[in-house]
Ligand binder design. Structure first.
Ligand SMILES: Nc1nc2c(ncn2[C@@H]2O[C@H](COP(=O)(O)OP(=O)(O)OP(=O)(O)O)[C@@H](O)[C@H]2O)c(=O)[nH]1
Ligand SMILES: [Mg+2]
Length: 475
């Protein structure tokens, strides 16, 4: 497949990681290893981090991000460690990039470019490739001037007379026009791919109860997805192992199945072009009836990661549906703590902060029964024991009840099957959607629904745990 994805050509290069930590950023200052995430990103991109440089400052330097003295220090470190690339933990403006490159005489990459590079190498579906290329072009286009004027200086500048535009600038104009034309074409193709996808997703949502797995990158979403569905999603100890959504049936037992989706992970400070491009991919999952927010409970940064996930979800309009916090990697949490009481304490802290959360291990499958029971409860809502009278000729409806609900007893008169059934509102709604006509406890269906399951609820009829409602309200 032809793709225009660009690689930053940093594979196997020796890299220095650089960051400014603002004095006001207490959360980062208190961390023992503030560059751990950047290092994981760098390793995922295939570079070899050989050194790092952090500066504490009041604010970023407008010209070079790091202060003047620190840049000189960086020059020395680059030379000493024979680094080919410096990776900043921030997004740099085009002029900052140019200024820093001029000082360092080596390749400089910012956080967004690094993440885009990882996405570019991982994208395998057409939709993911289109999304990444659009994000790359939108991020790179404003930088072309910086890149070219930098090149112009390296090659000795313009050979033309004063007052005329140098070859670099003409080249920029041409490139800009090509870039914007390409973006238009890519967006058109993407919207076609997405329209098809949206139709699929809507059809699935109308027919099934859908559950979306979301969470920070590397939280174990794909591992959980695979363990629950035998779905064969790619799971790997690298960031952004998954870039496209996969959906498979998940059997909850008792004749109940839902459609489960795994998708791209979130990260703090995700380049906004990338968020925009991946919006459609995220939305596939985010419009699920129920969300599982997977957290790596063994990661010390997980509370902040969960906050990021909630921010992104709210930002892309995923409000209103119930969310269950799943504390994953329970086995790792237990193995890494010195004593069982320590991991218990850590779990207790979680349960205070997140009363509706519970712990499991996607690896050992410990805790899966509880998760199934919980999701089944969300799927079915409250169960009522009722008498349903259905015409015998509506075999599909009878079969549906036999398969999905618990039928306690059966009687038949000349025209009707009369079933004593433990029924959820959802079952009734499904029968209505199938076009069945029936009577519940001697009442017409809609009357029975409002009597048995009062307080009109939107489909799906699921409860929203009170603390999640608070989160959704922005409290
Ligand atoms: N010990 C332990 N490791 C786990 C568990 N779940 C996942 N992992 C490991 O965590 C790493 C990341 O797992 P993935 O399932 O790829 O994570 P993901 O959330 O899908 O990551 P992205 O697709 O990159 O966003 C892998 O090395 C998994 O083996 C678990 O319950 N216990
Ligand atoms: Mg994954």
């Amino acid at each position: 497949m032809e793709t225009g994805l660009r690689s930053a050509s940093i594979q196997s290069e020796r890299a220095i990681l650089a960051a400014v930590i603002l004095n006001s950023d207490e959360a980062t200052l208190s961390r023992s290893d503030p560059l751990s995430e950047l290092r994981a990103l760098a390793e995922t991109a295939g570079v070899l981090p050989v050194g790092q440089l952090i500066q504490n400052r009041q604010g970023m330097d407008g010209r070079t991000c790091l202060g003047k003295g620190k840049i000189q220090e960086l020059v020395a470190v680059v030379r000493e460690l024979r680094a080919a690339v410096v990776i900043f933990d921030h997004d740099l403006s085009p002029s900052q990039l140019r200024n820093i490159e001029k000082e360092l005489c080596c390749k400089v990459i910012d956080r967004s470019e690094l993440i885009l590079d990882i996405f570019a190498n991982r994208a395998s579906s057409r939709a993911a490739q289109l999304q990444v290329e659009i994000a790359q072009l939108e991020y790179t286009a404003p930088r072309l001037r910086a890149m070219w004027s930098h090149l112009g200086q390296v090659t000795g500048g313009s050979p033309m007379g004063v007052g005329t535009r140098g070859p670099g600038e003409q080249q920029i104009e041409i490139d800009r026009r090509l870039v914007s034309r390409r973006i238009v074409a890519l967006k058109r193709e993407l919207s076609e791919v997405q329209a098809r996808k949206t139709r699929e997703v809507q059809a699935r949502r109308a027919e099934h109860f859908t559950v979306g797995i979301v969470g920070y990158t590397n939280a174990g979403k794909s591992t959980l997805f695979n363990a629950l569905t035998q779905g064969g999603a790619f799971a790997n100890d690298k960031l952004f192992a998954t870039l496209q959504t996969r959906t498979e049936a998940w059997n909850l037992g008792g004749g109940n199945a839902v459609m489960l989706s795994d998708t791209v992970g979130f990260i703090q400070r995700l380049p906004h072009h990338l968020v925009a491009s991946f919006r459609a991919t995220l939305e596939e999952t985010v419009h699920a009836h129920l969300l599982l927010l997977v957290v790596d409970a063994a990661d010390v940064d997980s509370p902040a990661q969960l906050a990021t996930v909630r921010e992104v979800l709210d930002g892309i309009g995923a409000k209103g549906q119930p969310r269950i916090v799943v504390l994953n990697k329970l086995d790792k949490l237990e193995a890494e703590n010195r004593s069982p009481s320590e991991s218990l304490r850590s779990l207790k802290e979680w349960s205070v902060k997140e009363p509706s959360s519970f712990a499991l291990s996607a690896l050992t499958r410990d805790g899966f029964d509880d998760l199934r029971a919980r999701v089944r409860q969300e799927l079915l809502g409250e169960i009522r024991e009722v008498t349903v009278s259905i015409p015998m000729r509506d075999g599909r409806a009878v079969d549906y009840l036999e398969a999905r609900a618990t039928v306690v007893s059966r009687e038949y008169d000349e025209t009707n099957a009369i079933l004593l059934v433990q029924l959820a509102r959802r079952h009734v709604e499904h029968l209505i959607a199938m076009g069945s006509r029936f009577v519940i406890d001697g009442l017409p269906v809609h009357e029975a629904i409002s009597k048995l399951w009062p307080a009109p609820k939107e489909i799906p009829a699921v409860r929203i745990p009170p603390h999640e409602r608070l989160v959704g309200d922005g409290a």
